[in-house]
Ligand binder design. Structure first.
Ligand code: TXA
Ligand code: MG
Length: 347
């Protein structure tokens, strides 16, 4: 890495401009967005985009989202945008929302992995937007993490992981939302959610549109299944430690199960809620709090940082509490199922 710019307290727009100019010329940069950090490169520069795939060890069949700062930048990239798609953009941009649209020839095939569509997002984070504006080119960016690992939501979580893999990093502090953008595609006038996020099915329905969650959001993709988004097939968000998602309304049973596991001689980590701390207090284990169980926004914000801490404990097994599948809870559970490799313990 050539430099880290620290804009977590104050944004130095002159330096940001300098960094953006390097992006235009082909550099890669880790930068903050309101969802998670991204690894950005000039979306119109094949060579620069290839550097992203190499940095992440990303499979070449998993397309990248292209980030824009205004509608002027959108126009040359996509075609045949319909009324529903336009209204969705108007309602949710700038923000944690990505829409899949038919692409034009300007978008290099490496960005979309030879698909005829491209995912487009206009982020609201000021550093991200200004960087794209100064760069004067759309910026392709996947989440900032080695492929398969939890996304980065705080620069300190990913500096070591990506240090020798990118040209620049921008510190913008902790990401506000914490889970990646909602990804949708409009099919036969219905809005299909391919990846849940802060913008929910209910938010879309409030606009008067029909919406549904794709069938693979809570279930594993089987061999031979057709998927609308290649990302669904890949391993995601997983710590190296064996991780189990616990689904129960009975906390006592959970505590007993954890106790039994410890008695069997296993080293244990529990990721649960603030109010559960006291339940596990007397037990020999590592406890990580996601926040109060009712505060789904807080949980979403902390999720990836907590998942990243697990491997540092050197435990045999990690139990994670599940949340209600409402509001951003749908997105949290989608990430948790994947992080646990669909290893679910119902108590
Ligand atoms: O919040 C976000 O979206 C973050 C920040 C950096 O903007 N980016 C992000 O990118 O999460 P990534 O690459 O980690 O996830 C992009 C997802 C993948 O699951 C990919 O398969 C899907 O979007 N995707 C991208 N282009 C697509 C397309 N043309 N059709 C279907 N799915 C697509
Ligand atoms: Mg990702």
């Amino acid at each position: 890495m050539e430099a880290i710019y620290d804009f977590s307290e104050d944004i130095n727009f002159k330096l940001l401009k300098r960094c953006a100019n390097m992006v235009t010329k082909g550099a890669t940069v880790v930068f903050p967005t309101e969802t998670v950090y991204g690894i950005g490169a000039n979306a119109l520069d094949r060579k620069a985009v290839k550097k992203i795939f190499i940095a992440k060890g990303r499979p070449y069949d998993n397309p990248l989202i292209v980030h824009i700062c205004d509608y002027k930048m959108l126009k040359p990239l996509v075609k045949n945008v319909n009324k529903i798609e336009k209204e969705l953009m108007k309602a949710f941009w700038p923000g944690p929302f990505t829409i899949i649209l038919p692409k034009t020839d300007i978008v290099p095939d490496i960005v979309t992995c030879n698909m005829d569509t491209v995912g487009i997002r206009m982020p609201s984070n000021i550093i991200a937007r200004k960087m794209i504006k100064y760069a004067k080119v759309p910026v392709a960016a996947p989440s900032a993490n080695i492929s398969g690992k939890p996304s980065g939501t705080d620069l300190s979580d990913i500096i070591d992981e990506l240090d020798d893999k990118v040209n620049y990093m921008i510190n913008g502090g902790a990401c506000e939302v914490g889970v990646e953008s909602t990804v949708v595609r409009v099919i036969n006038d219905e809005v299909v959610i391919l990846r849940p996020g802060k913008i929910t099915k209910e938010d879309i329905e409030k606009l008067g549109f029909k919406a549904r969650l794709d069938e693979h959001i809570f279930s594993e993709v089987e061999k031979g299944d057709k998927v609308l988004s290649p990302g669904m097939k890949h391993k995601h968000y997983a710590p190296n430690t064996k991780t189990v998602l616990v689904e129960t309304t009975n906390k006592e049973k959970f505590v007993k199960y954890v106790d039994k596991t410890i008695q069997e001689g296993k080293k244990v980590c529990v990721i649960s809620f603030e109010e559960d701390k006291k339940l596990f207090k007397r037990m020999k284990l590592e406890f990580l709090s996601l926040g109060k169980s009712k505060d789904l926004d807080e949980i979403s914000k902390n999720l990836f940082s907590m998942l990243r801490k697990v491997d540092g404990f050197n435990v045999d097994i990690c139990f994670i509490s599940s949340v209600e599948k409402k509001d951003i809870g749908t997105a949290i559970m989608n990430r948790l199922y994947r992080a646990c490799g669909y290893n679910i313990l119902k108590l």
